[in-house]
Every structure is written in structure tokens, then in C-alpha cells.
Design a protein around this ligand. Structure first.
Ligand code: NCD
Length: 363
């Protein structure tokens, strides 16, 4: 298995941690495949296109009984551990469903109180225990960089297993970004011929919203995309992300005037205020109602625009918007399952079986 030859085995943790994310990519990927999926920066355009293509083929294959049986017979020899140390509904369930689609058996730890961590076992020892029984670890954790640390640690053991980051602190949520790219690409393909050159607004808590940070980085692979960061000043996007966009020569605007950008946008990506990260309830003092999308705004959006949200939502999108054909957030939820199934298949380098089956299906 590729993991045994991973160059990640050769590098000390402190040196790995200190690398620029772009320099980490070759240590996380192998021959165009991800083998740990940890950061948005490890995905190049070819990998993104491959993931979209695979997810589309798999969802088509899965429409018939025979096709679903084929999918469920792809990875029955694998077992996955879902280790979620932060609340989750969609990410957890979509990974769960993705594993079911591929015939992978699943176990979960969602509450450290039920594990031996209450007896004083370190999280690292817990995860090393998982790797004794499982072949894939999918992890959500409040601490940025925790999944990276575990991936590095496991790669050095005699039973290295891949690690997928299902959300790390305020930092990254790369698999959400993959499903967002899938949704953007498929919806904008039909409406304006693709994602290239699109105008995309991110709205809400951009400072602490990890989905926005990961997606903004991935959008660097789509020439001509212009990003609009729409937020109250204290919750604006981090300067680290803007520096990456500058480096890549990507256009962007930073503003707090939502209504003025609305009519121009091809996609509006709403987010909730991430107040679980407040020190003293400081975000409650902000007037966030200016960053809500209501039914009254629908007439001023482009007829071809799409509305997205990683969910969960609070009041930032009125429920009356849900019935508008431009609302794509429930589509995102469903897409997450297929995109994650495609990613897992790529990690285990079994994706070519999809191509062969699909060719027979369409010929
Ligand atoms: C997001 C997350 O966990 O970062 N949820 C998700 O995975 N779809 C967004 C959020 O919690 O606001």
C-alpha cells in the first residue's frame, strides 16, 4: 500500500508542521491521488475535476439495483472510524452514507466521554487504537491542525491508515469545499457555461467559518473567478486568505454592503455567525441582520444566480427562500454524500473501477 512508502514518514513533525501548506501537498498526495485528505491546498485542478467526474458517474451508477450492488462491492474489506469531537449532522451522516454506498463498515465515537479518554488516555493514543481496528479515520476536531498531527503520527506506525479531515477548528473543512465546488460547477455549468469567470459572494462570519476559508482557496484553480467577502468588519475574512488570493492573482472585493453586490452575483454563499468561538459573546453586539437573505431580495438577484449555505442555518436565509429554484443548499447536502464517496474511493485507489463500469453503462 502506498502509505508504506509515504514521504511523510521521512519528516519530523516540527518540520512538517512548519511547512507552507502548498509544500505539504506532495507529502499528502501520491501519484495524483489524495492519501490523507487534510487541507484544501493539497487539491490541484486535476484532482478537483476528477472528484467531480467520479461523483457524477457514481450517482448515475447508483440509480439502479445492479449499479448500487456494484458500488457496495467496491470496498467491503475496509472499515472506517468516524471520530467526531465536535457537533455535526450533515458531515457525519454524509460520510456514514458514503461508506455505506461503498460497502465499508463503520464505527463511531462522537462523545469522548464514552471512550477511555475519561480514564486519561490521550487523544493520540485513542486514534492509534482506532488504527488497529480500522482502515480509514474520518475526524472532526475543534483544534486546527489536529488531523494533520494524527496523520503524521499514524504514517510513522507499522499500521498507517489514511485520515480525512471532516472539519478542523476555525481553520479548514476541505471536504465541504469539495462538495461546494461540485455544486458550483454543476449548477453554473447549466446556467452560464461553467465556474470560470463567475462572481461569488461569501456572506456572514468569514473570519471563523472554516468552509469559506477552504472553498476560497480552492477557487484559485478557476480562472477569472472574482470573490466578494461580505461581512461585518470584525468578522471579515482573514488576511492570510487574501494574501493567497493576491499571490495567485485572483480578483476579490471586501465589503460590508450586501445589497449593493447582490444583483451582480452568480453565486451567493451564506454562512451563520460562528459564535461558539466568541470569548465574551462579542458577536451578539453586531447588527448581523444586514447580512440576511430574505424573500424580498429574490427579485434583485440574477435569474441565473445560485444560493448556497453549508448549513446549519439560523436566520441568515429566510425559509421562504427555500422554494426558489436558485436555492441550492439542500442540493449541497445530497451532493456531499457522493463527493465524499468519490474521495474515499480515490484514497483507496479504486476509482478506475468506476470508469470501467460507467463506460459499459453508457456504451
Ligand atoms: C459547517 C462546519 O461545521 O464548519 N457545517 C458543515 O459541516 N456543513 C458550517 C457551520 O457549522 O456553520
Amino acid at each position: 500500500m502506498a502509505f508504506r512508502q509515504s514521504p511523510l514518514r521521512e519528516i519530523a513533525w516540527e518540520s512538517f508542521r512548519a511547512l507552507e501548506p502548498e509544500k505539504k501537498a506532495p507529502l499528502l498526495n501520491m501519484a495524483g491521488h489524495p492519501y490523507h485528505a487534510l487541507i484544501a491546498q493539497q487539491f490541484d485542478r486535476a484532482m478537483l475535476d476528477r472528484n467531480v467526474d467520479l461523483a457524477t458517474k457514481m450517482r448515475k451508477i447508483g440509480k439502479t439495483r445492479g449499479g448500487m450492488k456494484f458500488l457496495q462491492d467496491l470496498l467491503p474489506e475496509k472499515r472506517a472510524m468516524l471520530y467526531f469531537a465536535q457537533p455535526s449532522t450533515r458531515t457525519f451522516l454524509s460520510f456514514y452514507a458514503a461508506c455505506q454506498i461503498l460497502g465499508i463498515q463503520i464505527a463511531e465515537v462522537r462523545d469522548a466521554q464514552t471512550s477511555s479518554e475519561v480514564k486519561g488516555e490521550s487523544q493520540e493514543d485513542s486514534v492509534r487504537t482506532f488504527s488497529s481496528y480500522f482502515d480509514l479515520i474520518i475526524i472532526r476536531h475543534p483544534q486546527g491542525g489536529f488531523a494533520e498531527r494524527l496523520a503524521w503520527m499514524l504514517t510513522g506506525t507499522d499500521r498507517p491508515v489514511p485520515v480525512i479531515n471532516a472539519g478542523s477548528g476555525k481553520d479548514q473543512h476541505p471536504t465541504q469545499a469539495l462538495l461546494d465546488i461540485y455544486t458550483l460547477q454543476r449548477s453554473l455549468e447549466k446556467r452560464r457555461g461553467g465556474l470560470e469567470g463567475a462572481r461569488i459572494a461569501f456572506v456572514g462570519d468569514l473570519l471563523r467559518g472554516r468552509t469559506v476559508r477552504s472553498l476560497s482557496l480552492l477557487l484559485r484553480h478557476y480562472p477569472g473567478v472574482k470573490q466578494y467577502f461580505v461581512a461585518p468588519e470584525p468578522l471579515q475574512i482573514g488576511s492570510d486568505i487574501l494574501a493567497k488570493l493576491d499571490e495567485a492573482g485572483m480578483a476579490y472585493e471586501v465589503t460590508s454592503d450586501f445589497e449593493s453586490v447582490m444583483p451582480e452575483m452568480d453565486a451567493i454563499y451564506m454562512t451563520r455567525i460562528q459564535d461558539e468561538w466568541d470569548q465574551n459573546g462579542e458577536s451578539r453586539a453586531l447588527d448581523i441582520s444586514r447580512f440576511y437573505l430574505t424573500a424580498a431580495h429574490l427579485p434583485i438577484l440574477k435569474p441565473s444566480a445560485i444560493i448556497m449555505h453549508p448549513l446549519p442555518r439560523r436566520h441568515e436565509i429566510a425559509p421562504e427562500v427555500d422554494g426558489d429554484p436558485r436555492a441550492k443548499y439542500w442540493r449541497q447536502v445530497r451532493n456531499g454524500m457522493w463527493v465524499r464517496a468519490a474521495l474515499i474511493l480515490s484514497i483507496f485507489e479504486r476509482d478506475h473501477e468506476i470508469d470501467h463500469y460507467y463506460e459499459d453503462l453508457v456504451s
